[in-house]
Every structure is written in C-alpha cells, then in structure tokens.
Design a protein. Structure first.
Ligand code: PLP
Length: 236
C-alpha cells in the first residue's frame, strides 16, 4: 500500500524561488507524494513581488477536504485572516509544521497585518512553528537580537507546542537554530552559506514535514531537514 501523502498549504511563487514549487521539489527529494492547497497565486521575480491574488477561503477548505488522509502537513504563506481561520478549522489530524510567513525578502507583506490573531490561534494547533528571527520578533514584540532561548520561550508561552527558531538572519560563521520544546532545548548548527538563495524557509519546513510523515521524532526530523537545506544551499 502507498504511504499517505504530505499536504502542502502554501502560496504559489510564480518564479519558483519559494512557495509551493519549492515545497514540491522538497517532497520529491524525500520521495513523498504531495497533495496541495494553494492559498494565493503570486507573480514574483527574485527581486520583487508584482502581484498577489488570494484564493477564496472556501476553495482552500475544499482543497484540504479533497486531500483526504495525509501523513503530515506543511503550512506556509496564508495571505489573509479568512484563509488562516479556514486552515485552522480544517486542519487534518496529522503532524503539522507552520512556517509563519509574514513578509518576503523583498519587503512585501505576505500575510495581512489584521490576520495576526488568526495566526496566533493556528500556532497553538500545530506540532511545530519555524519562525526566522525577524518573524519571531514581530510575533513576540521582542527585539530581533534578544537571546534565542528567551524568544523561543515567549512563543512557547503564547501557545506554540514546539518552536524551531531559525538563526539564519543573525551574524556569525555558523547558522544556529534552536529547537525549543516542553522537554528539550536543542541547538542545530550548520556553516553559514553565502549563496543567498530564496526559499530556504519553505524547504526547511517541508523537509521537516517529510521527516514527521516518515515517523521520525521531531529532533531527528529537524536535524535531517537542516542537513537537506545545507545541501540545497550548496548546490549551484
Ligand atoms: N512567496 C511565497 C509564496 C512564499 O511562501 C514565500 C515564503 O515562504 C516567499 C514568497 C518569500 O520567500 P523569500 O523570503 O525567500 O523571498
């Protein structure tokens, strides 16, 4: 019998640098079948977001229902409050990884500011959230250079069940992430890459979802995903 697929709930980046196309490439690398629920269609180059067309919340709900039984879920760009609330209401009964995408590297908001309360509600329902430092600062109100442990603890206190705080935006030779759960504080380090590729957040969250779908415990799924992102960054 075929293994259950992974459900990707995310936006389409027409340029393929991030979003659904990157998620699908990651699932293919891990040998996982995909189901998708597109939340927005965007027009993008590597330098800018030209247009965002949100998918109606009812269509997102229908896509999630159509996916049927899944082994894990990856959630990326949610675009607005209606879509975020719909995803929370229709979340399948499976491990879920939420990359709380707020703004593109080029500076365009990818989640409407009034959707933050809905995002907090979803945060409390998923297995893991994977904010980068600017996202974590925005979500907690703490400065981006606050100690990683304090920022992760604040997100945990806000309802997150587990936090992988990504240190890629900090300075230093090592890109140091922190996995913070009710029982563990696990640093995950990799040499900093200078390639500056887009879509690393999407790749990491999708790779973690693949690990969870394949039955790995959370720390092992995060470590394997981090190794996958390092290899992706070092591929020309
Ligand atoms: N576009 C979509 C659809 C995304 O999901 C994301 C991030 O998750 C981005 C753009 C932003 O990617 P980047 O910050 O790498 O430009």
């Amino acid at each position: 019998m075929q293994a259950d697929p992974v459900l990707i709930i995310a936006g389409l980046d027409s340029g393929g640098g991030a979003g659904l196309m990157r998620d699908l490439a990651t699932l293919a690398a891990f040998g996982q079948r995909a189901k998708t629920a597109a939340t927005a269609i965007t027009a993008q180059t590597d330098a800018q977001v030209l247009a965002i067309h949100p998918v109606p919340a009812e269509t997102v709900a229908a896509q999630i229902r159509a996916a049927g039984r899944v082994a894990a879920v990856k959630i990326g760009m949610l675009t607005n409050a209606a879509v975020t609330e719909t995803v929370t209401r229709h979340l399948p009964d499976a491990p879920a990884v939420l990359d709380p995408v707020l703004i593109s590297s080029s500076g365009t908001p990818l989640l409407a500011p009034d959707a933050l309360p809905a995002l907090y509600a979803l945060m409390a329902r998923v297995t893991l959230i994977t904010p980068n430092l600017p996202e974590a600062a925005h979500l907690t109100g703490l400065p981006p250079d606050a100690p990683a442990e304090a920022t992760a603890a604040a997100l945990f206190a806000m309802g997150a069940r587990a936090v992988l705080l990504k240190g890629g935006h900090a300075e230093g030779l090592e890109a140091m992430d922190l996995l913070f759960t009710s029982t563990a504080r696990i640093p995950l380090s990799a040499p900093r890459s200078a390639t500056g590729k887009r879509g690393t957040g999407c790749t990491l969250a999708s790779a973690i979802a693949c690990g969870l779908a394949q039955g790995l415990p959370l720390p092992a799924a995060c470590a394997a995903a981090k190794a996958h992102v390092t290899a992706y960054l070092n591929t020309p």
